[in-house]
Design a protein around this ligand. Structure first.
Ligand code: FPP
Length: 239
């Protein structure tokens, strides 16, 4: 049973292990991503059902452009499919009150994906229940660089002065402005690192690691992560 009293308000998830999942089955890596995209749908729906208000999924990092072009093309196609489907399932999304947000530098993505993402964000319900951030061409350092440039130009224009550049002002210049920091970050696939994910926002996150490969990740695994989280003692530097 999920402990509703200690439910994280924001869960970040690094969807890792797709390639290894496919390799183990003698399938092309891209099959792992296809399966991973289905798990993304299952977990976001489940998390919404149990009342997690914010989710961030790491879907494509600023470093993932180093992969073979064919693999990148398949991942872009998965974004396209998801965006088209969400456009078609607008009624259901409204009932669930899902707010989808794309975080990252979208400027270099294919034009049609940008237009679809833009359409989707504009059609988000006003009284959203679950915000799902999909991090695409996202890197924590790139996000911070973008935020510092935004603040610098506001200082240069005289809109802000140096003392206005506070931690809060920086947080509000990030892609996740207005959202709580992730309480819990889940990384499956046996890797124990953050890989440039939510660099600023993760300062006080709890981490949950597991050997499960993302395409095998189930709602029961998500529950286990939440149960462990509920038992953690968070002191935020206090005693
Ligand atoms: C990391 O696993 C996974 C990725 C770089 C891509 C993740 C993208 C998806 C699951 C598609 C998301 C789609 C939507 C609609 C949000 P890896 O390939 O590095 O795995 P490996 O470490 O086993 O090689």
């Amino acid at each position: 049973m999920v402990d509703k009293e200690h439910l994280p308000q924001h869960v970040g998830i690094i969807m890792d292990g797709n390639g290894r999942w496919a390799k183990k089955r003698g399938l092309p890596r891209t099959e792992g991503h296809r399966r991973g995209a289905e798990v993304f749908r299952t977990i976001s729906t489940y998390a919404s059902d149990i009342g997690v208000p914010y989710l961030t999924f790491y879907a494509f990092s600023t470093e993932n452009w180093k992969r073979p072009q064919q693999e990148i093309d398949v991942i872009m196609d998965l974004f396209r499919d998801f965006l088209h489907e969400a456009e078609q399932r607008q009624a259901e999304n409204e009932t669930r009150r899902f707010c989808f947000r794309f975080i990252g530098d979208l400027s270099v993505l294919p034009e049609d994906i940008r237009a679809l993402a833009d359409w989707m964000e504009k059609h988000n319900p006003e009284n959203g229940r679950t915000t799902v951030n999909v991090a695409v061409n996202y890197g924590g350092r790139s996000e911070l660089t973008h935020a510092f440039r935004t603040l610098l130009s506001r200082v240069q224009s005289g809109e802000l002065t140096e003392p206005d550049v506070t931690e809060d002002a920086i947080a509000q210049a990030l892609y996740t402005a207005g959202q709580p920091d992730p309480d819990l970050i889940i990384r499956p696939s046996g890797e124990y690192r953050l890989s440039n994910f939510l660099t600023w926002q993760s300062a006080y996150s709890e981490f949950w690691f597991s050997d499960i490969l993302w395409p095998d990740f189930t709602t029961a695994d998500f529950d286990r992560a939440l149960e462990d989280f509920a038992r953690r003692s968070r002191r935020f530097g206090g005693i």
